[in-house]
Design a protein around this ligand. Structure first.
Ligand code: AP5
Length: 217
């Protein structure tokens, strides 16, 4: 299955991506995770991306598209993939279509996770991520038992630099202006399925898998 997850920051794309990717046995490819790994390793790509990420802006297409092209050429993506955070604007979507088309392939489905802005702010301001294993927690909705430490590996939890309330609001504006046109783009292509992404994580996973099952099971 070739799947794109779309939705505002904090909709739960990363949280759901791991369950959906594992259910359908495809690799999860998250541009945000790839950028953050580069930032923490201090690579030239990370240094370039960081200024945009910290401000809540999109990293320029010329940086992002090449990175995704390279990742999609890896062997594990040959039979399918789940893209989380890419495409992020209509230009990226057109390039992805061309890239797949050149190989005689196309996307099977685009899943939109639907939540409102206030829920996004609640989710992102309480998000904490493990520095060691990358697991994502939430101070209210999914708290670790020991404050500041990951239950899975004992690693230190941190708050992302772009999860400050003013930056979250800016990211929502960027989403509305640059990313939400993808809903119309994929709707016109007949690829879009939407699910309500509110409520417990397991319920959202169940709804997502039900919406996707005819494309992958
Ligand atoms: P990216 O990492 O993709 O950020 P995002 O899209 O803003 O999404 P988030 O990771 O913030 O949220 P999420 O939807 O994954 O939610 P999560 O599952 O963590 O990108 C970061 C930056 O990289 C961008 O701003 C940009 O600069 C750059 N970038 C990335 N891709 C790019 C591209 N293609 N082009 C250009 N630039 C790009 O959940 C959030 C919180 O809510 C967690 O604490 C979680 O535990 C909690 N939660 C999840 N589900 C539920 C639930 N059902 N109920 C209660 N709490 C929940």
């Amino acid at each position: 299955m070739r799947l794109v997850l779309v939705g505002p920051p904090g909709a739960g794309k990363g949280t759901q991506a791991q369950f959906i990717a594992s259910h359908f046995a495809v690799p999860k490819i998250s541009t945000g995770d790839i950028f953050r790994a580069n930032v923490s390793q201090g690579t030239p790509l990370g240094l370039e991306a960081r200024k945009f990420m910290d401000a809540g802006d999109l990293v320029p297409d010329e940086v992002t598209i090449g990175m995704v092209q390279d990742r999609l050429r890896e062997d594990d993506a040959a039979e399918g993939f789940l893209l989380d955070g890419f495409p992020r604007n209509v230009h990226q979507a057109e390039v992805l279509d061309e890239l797949l088309d050149r190989q005689g392939l196309r996307l099977d489905v685009v899943l939109e996770l639907v939540v409102d802005d206030e829920e996004v702010v609640r989710r992102l301001s309480g998000r904490r991520t493990c520095r060691q294993c990358g697991h994502v927690w939430h101070l209210d909705f999914d708290p670790p038992t020991r404050e500041g430490h990951c239950d899975r590996c004992g690693g230190e939890l941190f708050q992302r630099d772009d999860d400050r309330e003013d930056t979250i609001r800016h990211r929502l504006e960027v989403y509305a202006e640059q990313t939400s046109p993808l809903i119309g783009y994929y709707g016109d292509l007949g690829l879009l399925r939407g699910v309500d992404a509110t409520g417990p994580v397991e319920d959202v996973t169940e709804r997502a898998i039900a919406a996707l099952h005819r494309f992958g099971d």
